[in-house]
Design a protein around this ligand. Sequence first.
Ligand SMILES: O=C(O)CCC(=O)C(=O)O
Length: 299
Amino acid sequence: MLKKILAWFSQPQKQKPFSKWENIPVGDLKKGEPYIDHLYNRVTDGYIIQNVLNETEVKELVSAFENLDAYKAVHFEKREGFINPRAFSQIQNENEFDFDLLNSYLNDAEWFAKFLKERLSFNIKEKLLDTLAKLQNNVPITIPNYSTGGTHKAFTFATYRFLKPDKGGMHIHCGSMFREIYPNFYKQLDKIINFDGQLSYFLMLQRPEKGGQLRLFDAEWKDYKKHFDGLGFVNDQEQVKAMNETIIQDIDPKPGDLLIFVGGDIWHEVTNPELGLPRITLGGFLAYSNKRDEIYVWS
Ligand SMILES: O=C(O)CCC(=O)C(=O)O
């Protein structure tokens, strides 16, 4: 496996803006413009909504999260970094749907919501959901709930992602992949959410001096889905070659920016944060409800 990963990084890759992106200062969002539908329809592949958070809010979030790994962090396999609280995709055990793990995910989500409320002088969840609501007029943004033991518990709307300098970044993946890896978990959500074309979002909180970009591969989920293993690395020499020959595009938002893109369908990674501070983001996923009358946000 290590050889394949090294082979991947040693291949020359060609930078070319193959996907369509728009930068929009948050104050310039047009009322009624169906930004989210533009992503679904691939009119655009991604938006950087600039300055959603101001400098003070970014600083507050970064310092609130200091020492967060001491709590409920789930560390990435093989690379150094962590997600906090645990993401839904980290709750499944082998092929079984594990209700105890689901319960601990829901408890962690509750803990995280409380943690954010106590540590911050502003309501980050409200701020984020309000901004997302501006991206698709008249469609409510909702966080999924799960009923356990007679009580409704909410999923987490976001997870905090911390990548240590020079420890590899985030491996190649796309959002649609998780559905194949964790079918039992998704079966629970399939009742309410249509995952086809699901989107990814994140708020950039801290950037390294060098590296740590969101790297898109000119490769769609459907064309490469046959060959991934559980970690998202391609596991077939031929595909490694094919993907190394694909064109890449690096996206580098600034702290305070909200990035939203077709992360369900475009293969992407976060490149190694080579130098300077750790890379820190707060993000999750979005998708329409089955009835297309709500947009769900979870992580
Ligand atoms: O939080 C990040 O920087 C990575 C986002 C990502 O890869 C995703 O949402 O699929």
